[in-house]
Design a protein around this ligand. Structure first.
Ligand SMILES: NC(=O)C1=CN([C@@H]2O[C@H](COP(=O)(O)OP(=O)(O)OC[C@H]3O[C@@H](n4cnc5c(N)ncnc54)[C@H](OP(=O)(O)O)[C@@H]3O)[C@@H](O)[C@H]2O)C=CC1
Ligand SMILES: O=C(O)C1=N[C@H](C(=O)O)C[C@H](O)C1
Length: 271
C-alpha cells in the first residue's frame, strides 16, 4: 500500500515541527505538504530543515486548498479559528482531519461536528496514550468515590500557552463529571479570586499555572477527610502528542465520516 500523504498545518509551530519529525519516523506516512499562516516568516523554507531532520523537499506554503486536494489527511495543531476553516476544507476534500487544537468555543466545536458529516475527524485535547489512559482512571475513581471527595484539576504549561484551562484539564474534568454522572458545565469552578465563600459541594475545580518551558503537567486531586488521592501525568516531550496524532491519522484513513476521539483510536473505554 502507498504511504499516507499528510499535510501539516501550523507547520512551523512547536507541535507542527514535532509532527514533521514524527511523520518522518513513521512507516506508511509521509509529509506531503506544510502550511503556515499567510505572511509567516517560515513561508518558502524547507520544513524538514526547519524541523531539524534535513531537507525533505517540502517548502512551507500558505494555500491549504491545493495541498488538501492532493493529500490523504491533515494534522492540525493551530488555533480554533484556523481549525474550523481547515475542517471545512478537509470535508470538501473528503480527507481525514486530526485536530489537536485546544481552546475551541462551543460554536467552533459545532462547526467541526458539522464538517465531520463529510470526513473522518479525530479531535482530542491530548493525543498521548498516557493522558487518555489517565482519563479513564479518573472516571473510574470519580465513580467509586462519593461527593465527600472534592475534585480539583491542576495543570501547568509553558509561558506561551494562550488558552486556559488546558484542553487536557477540561478533558479530565469531563472524565470526572462522567464518573460522577453530572454535567461539567453546571459544576465547573474555573477560577477563584477574593471572598469566594466555601467550596460548593460536588463542584469540580480548575487551577492553572503558566511558566517557563513546561511541556504539560496535569493532576486530578480527590480530596477527602484526612486523605487525598492524586492521579497525574507529566509530559516530558511533545513527541508523545505528535506520535499519537500520526497514529490517529493512519487510523482515520479511509474510515467513514464521523467525529472520533483518541479513545476510539487507542481502543480505550471512556468508562
Ligand atoms: N491535543 C494535543 O495533544 C496537544 C494540543 N496542543 C494544542 O495545539 C495548539 C498549538 O500549540 P503549539 O504548537 O504549542 O502552538 P504554536 O503557536 O507554536 O503553533 C501554532 C502554529 O499555527 C500557526 N497558525 C495560526 N493560524 C494559522 C493559519 N490560519 N494557517 C496556518 N497556520 C496557522 C501559527 O503561526 P503564527 O505563530 O505565525 O501565528 C503557529 O506556527 C494549541 O491549541 C495547543 O493547546 C499542543 C500540544 C498537544
Ligand atoms: O499548549 C500546549 O502545549 C498543550 N496543550 C494541550 C492542552 O491544552 O491540554 C495538550 C498538552 O498539555 C500541551
Amino acid at each position: 500500500m502507498s504511504d499516507m500523504n499528510l499535510v501539516v498545518v501550523g507547520a512551523a509551530g512547536r507541535m507542527g515541527l514535532a509532527l514533521v519529525r514524527a511523520i518522518h519516523q513513521t512507516e506508511g506516512a509521509r509529509v506531503a505538504a506544510a502550511i503556515e499562516r499567510a505572511g509567516s516568516d517560515a513561508i518558502g523554507r524547507d520544513v524538514g530543515e526547519l524541523a531539524g531532520i534535513g531537507e525533505i523537499g517540502v517548502a512551507i506554503g500558505d494555500d491549504p486548498l491545493p495541498a488538501f486536494a492532493k493529500a490523504d489527511g491533515v494534522l492540525d495543531f493551530t488555533v480554533p479559528k484556523a481549525s474550523v476553516e481547515f475542517a471545512g476544507y478537509a470535508a470538501q476534500a473528503r480527507i481525514a482531519h486530526v485536530i489537536g487544537t485546544t481552546g475551541c468555543s462551543p460554536e467552533d466545536d459545532a462547526a467541526i461536528e458539522a464538517a465531520a458529516r463529510h470526513a473522518a475527524i479525530v479531535k482530542s485535547g491530548n493525543m498521548s496514550l498516557g493522558v487518555n489512559l489517565l482519563s479513564a482512571l479518573v472516571a473510574q475513581a470519580a465513580k467509586a468515590l462519593d461527593a465527600g471527595f472534592d475534585i480539583e484539576v491542576l495543570e501547568m504549561h509553558h509561558r506561551h500557552k494562550v488558552d486556559a484551562p488546558s484542553g487536557t484539564a477540561l478533558m479530565l474534568g469531563e472524565a470526572a463529571a462522567r464518573g460522577r454522572a453530572i454535567d461539567l458545565r453546571d459544576n465547573a469552578v474555573r477560577s477563584r479570586d477574593g471572598h469566594t465563600g466555601p467550596r460548593p459541594e460536588g463542584s469540580i475545580g480548575f487551577a492553572t499555572l503558566r511558566g517557563g518551558s513546561v511541556v504539560g503537567e496535569h493532576q486530578v486531586i480527590f480530596a477527602g477527610e484526612g486523605e487525598r488521592i492524586v492521579l497525574g501525568h507529566l509530559a516530558e516531550d511533545r513527541t508523545i502528542f505528535a506520535r499519537g496524532a500520526v497514529k490517529a491519522a493512519l487510523w482515520a484513513h479511509g474510515r467513514k465520516p464521523g467525529l472520533y476521539s483518541m479513545f476510539d483510536v487507542l481502543g480505550i473505554s471512556a468508562a
